[in-house]
Design a protein around this ligand. Structure first.
Ligand code: ADP
Ligand code: MG
Length: 275
């Protein structure tokens, strides 16, 4: 198996499509025969609910449990079973107690590296691990960014979120400098794009022009569609809910783009090592 790639899906702004992207990119990659683990790092458990688990607080183990295990110096090689999602992806669910853990983390040693310690023990089983982040730039998100090899930033084409992007790119730069030197931004993903409105098109162009000097903006763009909005309540991916729709097509394209990038990156890494 090729090396596992760990991707944090991050934006400190809520409602930009992080969770929807984690689910559908994850299932999209599984449909391309990749072994995928999804990690829910949001105490609101949206990812867990979106995969059809109705009572996150009844699940064990959760992200809170595995992180607590690391903090308590538990056997980090301990085999935690992960939940099998119905659509070919594994899930490490989140519960509300993750909130409390974030507070507790403040006093821990290497508090940003706790999730990474866990992730490193399960990496050999997967091709991709996707981490769904909460809408903040707090310790839980820092943990995701330290555990990750790269970041995907979903954003809605709005002027306001374009501003927030600068702050996010700055934070990622600082984490890279101080804690995770190999962290890279894979790309910005435009979500909920209403291609019929001029406004949306203008801002998409603005984001492409402004950020293409720092990072790639994915060629795949996720259209706005009520069918996508229905999926989280259904507890299914778009590939089950509306397999022939434009959003399923868009996430399928994104999965292929992510696979192509991964291949290109591996070739580059190998070349760098030889040099
Ligand atoms: N492509 C889309 N078209 C329409 N609605 C969407 C789309 N993607 C996500 N949504 C809806 O927008 C809301 C926010 O999406 P979500 O993925 O939960 O964002 P985040 O995780 O960033 O908070 C949810 O209600 C979701 O169902
Ligand atoms: Mg979310």
């Amino acid at each position: 198996m090729d090396e596992c790639k760990v991707i944090a899906v991050t934006n400190q702004k809520g409602g930009v499509g992080k969770t929807t992207t984690t689910v559908n990119l994850g299932v999209g990659l599984a449909m391309q025969n990749k072994k995928v683990l999804l990690i829910d790092m949001d105490p609101q458990s949206s990812l867990t609910l979106s995969l059809g688990f109705r009572n996150p607080d009844d699940l064990y183990p959760t992200t809170t449990d595995v992180m607590n295990n690391v903090i308590e110096d538990g056997e980090i090689t301990k085999e935690f079973t992960v939940y099998k999602g119905s659509e070919g992806v594994d899930l490490l669910p989140a519960d509300l107690q993750l909130c409390g853990l974030e507070v507790q983390l403040v006093n821990e040693m290497s508090r940003e590296q706790v999730l990474k310690t866990y992730v490193d023990t399960v990496k050999n089983k997967y091709d991709f691990i996707l981490i769904d982040c909460m809408p903040s730039l707090g310790l839980l998100t820092f943990n995701a960014l330290c555990a990750a090899d790269s970041v995907i930033i979903p954003t809605q084409p709005e002027y306001l979120s374009a501003k927030g992007l600068e702050q996010l790119i700055g934070t990622i730069g600082r984490i890279k400098k101080r804690m995770n030197p190999s962290l890279r931004i894979d790309g910005i993903l435009l979500t909920m794009v209403d291609s019929r409105t001029l406004f949306s098109r203008d801002v998409s162009d603005l984001i492409r022009n402004t950020y293409s000097k720092y990072t790639k903006v994915y060629g795949s763009v996720i259209p706005r569609s009520v069918r996508a909005a229905e999926t989280s309540a259904e507890g299914k991916s778009i590939f089950l809910h509306d397999p022939n729709g434009k959003v399923a097509k868009a996430y399928e394209n994104l999965a292929k783009e992510v696979l192509d990038d991964g291949r290109a990156q591996r070739v580059k890494n190998r070349a760098d090592r030889v040099r």
